[in-house]
Design a protein around this ligand. Sequence first.
Ligand SMILES: Cc1cc2nc3c(=O)[nH]c(=O)nc-3n(C[C@H](O)[C@H](O)[C@H](O)COP(=O)(O)OP(=O)(O)OC[C@H]3O[C@@H](n4cnc5c(N)ncnc54)[C@H](O)[C@@H]3O)c2cc1C
Length: 297
Amino acid sequence: MKLDPALLRGEFKENHLLANYTTWKVGGEARYFYQPADLQDLTAFLINLPRNKDIVWLGGGSNVLIRDGGIKDPVICLRNKLGVLKQEENATIYVQGGVSIARLVQYGVQLGLPEIAFLAGIPGTIGGALAMNAGAYGDEIWNHVISVETINRNGEIKTKTKADFSISYREVSGLNQEWFISARLIFPQVDKEQAKLKVREFLNKRCQSQPLSELSCGSVFKNPPNDYAARLIEACNLKGHKIGGARVSEKHANFIINDGTAKAVEIESLITLIKNEVQGKFGTLLENEVRILGEAK
Ligand SMILES: Cc1cc2nc3c(=O)[nH]c(=O)nc-3n(C[C@H](O)[C@H](O)[C@H](O)COP(=O)(O)OP(=O)(O)OC[C@H]3O[C@@H](n4cnc5c(N)ncnc54)[C@H](O)[C@@H]3O)c2cc1C
């Protein structure tokens, strides 16, 4: 792939290791890796990208398993890029896709918006949160979306609303070779004290139930209807079960921990083992919440 570097102001790298761009800290190299300087720069990159290439988008890498053989297609990563965050009229917040959820929550606390608290403690970016319909404690980001902007292969930007997508639990469909670059979100209630209290309450809940000091991607599996993946995995006596450097968390059975030495293939093998065990015992096929990307080594 030939791109004229003079056309780009962002960071373009070849054969760039992706492990550090994920919270699991595993994964091989991106053949082509790009972080845009800004929206104009992203547009130039997309326009110049050969049409035969698929694109893989990455935000904070907190919900992906990148295989050890890496990713052949160009990877566009918005982490720490496209970082505009501002309040607009009518209690709306405009936030670009590379803003971290943590920064959005902090901003919401400053503005005194208690309804933003469910997002506290979810890692990753706004782009990733929109793609995953990130949520917790009974709320989801798309409940607060007024509109989003997407960019397509031709660098065209479109404003869309919830009605343009099919939104469900940790799933958003209806994106057609286009990706999220910003959102307008609404959290109408204003109460400064409540905002602080709610964020603290939800962060405490997370600390108590999740292994936050260890390397993970959060919940590996979606909860099946009217049940919990963690309950099913625990009932198969899989807490603490290891494959190489990957193990099922003792604290939360839907988390797989990398002890620092795991390869992606070990994590993926553990995912398969868990699915087989749960299906064998309960007849329930667990569905991945985590997105598995790239090639095996
Ligand atoms: C400790 C921990 C706790 C977690 N708790 C929660 C929780 O409570 N609730 C929850 O929902 N999730 C949780 N997660 C999972 C994860 O943080 C969320 O899914 C988050 O929204 C992913 O954002 P990201 O930017 O890291 O996305 P990534 O992991 O980078 O990407 C996830 C998917 O979105 C796609 N994508 C990324 N950016 C874009 C974009 N701009 N446009 C289109 N597609 C895009 C990627 O291609 C990929 O398919 C947790 C993870 C961890 C590690």
